[in-house]
Ligand binder design. Structure first.
Ligand SMILES: Nc1ncnc2c1ncn2[C@@H]1O[C@H](COP(=O)(O)OP(=O)(O)OP(=O)(O)O)[C@@H](O)[C@H]1O
Ligand SMILES: [Mg+2]
Length: 209
């Protein structure tokens, strides 16, 4: 059992007080959605949860079975999908997949890769022939999802993972997140979409100040 806890977290950017005394506990085994308007702080909340940034006051603590996980140990357990992460435009989808998994010391067999493309419903030829820069936005998003699925991380931090996806892509993400939660993973998901909010086990509404 893993948890990410926000304990009296405060954070400002200049004069803008984004969070004040924010308390929240995100447990594994469920999908926690963070909602709020543009600029309300969803992506910042995710960065705090991933420990990419530190709060001004209070703390964010990751723990497993009651023991605190230090930053490096925690980082090695998480995978993120964010709009800021771009594929290399001059590599194919498959080269991107192999590259990003290689950074984690992972090497997949041709069969494992074929299964992944099937899971995200990308045609094999689209992953091998065109450069990623020539793929549609939704297809590129599916490549990022394939990396996420391959990593099998215990903590999934998803920033608007369904952006640019069609109905079938939306189903893939929802199904994968639901299955991951049932396997005991911790899913944190930022979105503005009421349908995704409805699919969550817990919802944190921003702003929080
Ligand atoms: N590094 C930063 N420096 C200064 N201000 C920042 C920084 N990061 C975010 N902000 C500000 O904090 C506020 C929240 O930004 P954030 O990206 O977390 O919102 P969001 O809810 O994810 O919005 P969106 O729905 O558009 O993705 C915004 O006003 C933004 O300008
Ligand atoms: Mg955002």
């Amino acid at each position: 059992m893993m948890t990410i806890s926000f304990d009296s977290v405060g954070l400002s950017f200049g004069a803008q007080r984004l969070f004040d005394s924010l308390h929240a506990t995100l447990p594994s085994g469920q999908i926690t959605v963070v909602t709020g308007q543009n600029g309300s702080g969803k992506s910042t909340f995710l960065q705090l949860a991933a420990k990419f940034i530190a709060p001004d006051t209070g703390k964010v603590v990751a723990a497993e079975d009651g023991s605190i996980l230090q930053k490096d140990a925690f980082r090695s357990r998480l995978a993120m999908v964010t709009p800021e992460w771009n594929l290399y435009a001059r590599l194919t989808a498959e080269e991107n997949l192999r590259f990003f998994l290689g950074l984690r010391g992972m090497e997949l067999s041709a069969e494992e890769i074929r299964v992944l493309w099937e899971r995200v419903e990308l045609k094999w030829e689209d992953t091998r022939i065109p450069l990623a820069g020539k793929l549609s936005t939704g297809m590129r998003q599916r490549v990022k999802l394939a990396v996420l699925l391959a990593v099998e991380a215990d903590v999934w931090i998803l920033d608007e993972p369904c952006a640019n996806l069609d109905a079938s892509g939306w189903e893939i993400v929802l199904r994968a997140a639901r299955q991951a939660a049932s396997e005991g993973r911790l899913i944190l998901w930022a979105t503005n979409d009421p349908r995704e909010e409805a699919a969550a086990d817990a919802v944190i509404h921003l702003p929080w100040n």
